[in-house]
Design a protein around this ligand. Structure first.
Ligand SMILES: Nc1nc2c(ncn2[C@@H]2O[C@H](COP(=O)(O)OP(=O)(O)OP(=O)(O)O)[C@@H](O)[C@H]2O)c(=O)[nH]1
Ligand SMILES: [Mg+2]
Length: 319
């Protein structure tokens, strides 16, 4: 690896714009490791609005997110799309991308030049994944991806947040996991734009569909103008996946015609800016209020020389 000063960011971006997979990988690794070069990268990528349709896939462990991602990539490729896949693990700060990479079953597409596959874990990025994911999306967008699939691991608040960074959220469920009820509890039913009951080749898919319809009837949905379709498929064989792609495309059209796309993207940018700003404040705070400074302030509070509000003010002033 060359030293940092040897990196020609402009050249990397130029190569990424020409869909060079190594340049794309390099830029996303800057995002993942919170490289000091990121600001330069972000500045270089600005100036072109996002083109790609960003689809977030979420669902409990084992429902078939990776298998579905793989099947969607096949169908999208057959339709002539260039596809980006971002596998995100918000819950494991230490595993890094490598472990996660093992979990994505993308072998079918590893030699396809029209597919970019990257994985990211939350390794201390400034602003966390809320800031990092949009930047990775920009890199994939610059590389000309028509569709970008974000696969998150597990269903929890963090995963919901990541999925919400997408234009379209696909919630996957499967029979045998008590999934309809689980999804309702986790509050994910509200954020979905399309539902997929996977493993339809197994018994119980009908029941999950019925449960889901019931939960859907009780929830407000993400937007009044769009009623999320409930589809069934077997991602493992690919059966029903064409219809999923159609539903995703229909949602994209609706987003555009309703003005919702613009709104979602503004919300996404607002979240991203906030995450970067707060991350930066936190970093600066850590610099002035290291363990020693904090310890000294704590000692004054304990001894009664000052009160905690005054002590906090003094630290904030030092920013
Ligand atoms: N019968 C059947 N099995 C499937 C189908 N799709 C996926 N599976 C199997 O379900 C298991 C889990 O699939 P994954 O795609 O890894 O699920 P995931 O949601 O990505 O799992 P995590 O990443 O661990 O949360 C695997 O053994 C798949 O082969 C399907 O359509 N039918
Ligand atoms: Mg998976």
């Amino acid at each position: 690896m060359p030293a940092r000063r040897d990196v020609d960011v402009a050249d990397l971006i130029n190569r990424a714009r020409h869909a060079d997979p190594r340049a794309v990988a390099r830029l996303i690794s800057f995002v993942e490791s919170n490289s000091p070069l990121l600001r330069e990268v972000a500045a270089g990528l600005a100036g072109t609005p996002t083109r790609a349709h960003v689809v977030g896939l979420t669902g409990s462990p084992g429902v078939g997110k990776s298998t579905t991602t793989n099947a969607l990539v096949s169908t999208l490729r057959a339709r002539g799309d260039r596809v980006g896949v971002l596998a995100v693990d918000p819950s494991s700060p230490f595993s890094g991308g490598a472990l996660l990479g093992d979990r994505i079953r993308m072998n079918d597409h590893s030699s396809d030049e029209g597919v970019f596959i990257r994985s990211m874990a939350s390794r201390g990025q400034l602003g966390g994944l809320a800031a990092a994911v949009p930047q990775a999306l920009r890199v994939l967008d610059a590389a000309g991806c028509d569709t970008i699939l974000i696969e998150t691991v597990g269903v929890g608040q963090a995963e919901i947040e990541i999925a919400s960074l997408a234009d379209t959220t696909l919630l996957i469920l499967a029979p045998g996991l008590g999934d309809g009820i689980q999804a309702a509890k986790a509050g994910v039913v509200e954020i979905a734009d399309v539902y997929l009951v996977n493993k339809a080749d197994r018994g119980g898919a009908e029941q999950v569909t019925r449960d889901l319809r019931q939960v859907q009837g009780m929830s407000a949905g993400r937007h009044a103008g769009w009623k999320a379709a409930i589809l069934k498929a077997s991602a493992a064989s690919g059966e029903g996946i064409e219809a999923v792609v159609d539903a995703l495309t229909a949602h994209r059209s609706w987003l555009e015609s309703s003005g919702e796309l613009e709104q979602r993207r503004r919300r996404r940018a607002a979240t991203e800016i906030e995450a970067i700003a707060l991350g930066s404040v936190r970093e600066r705070f850590a610099a002035v209020a290291g363990p020693a400074a904090l310890d000294a302030a704590a000692t004054s509070v304990v001894s009664g020389d000052t009160d905690p509000y005054q002590a906090a003010e003094a630290l904030i002033e030092a920013l």
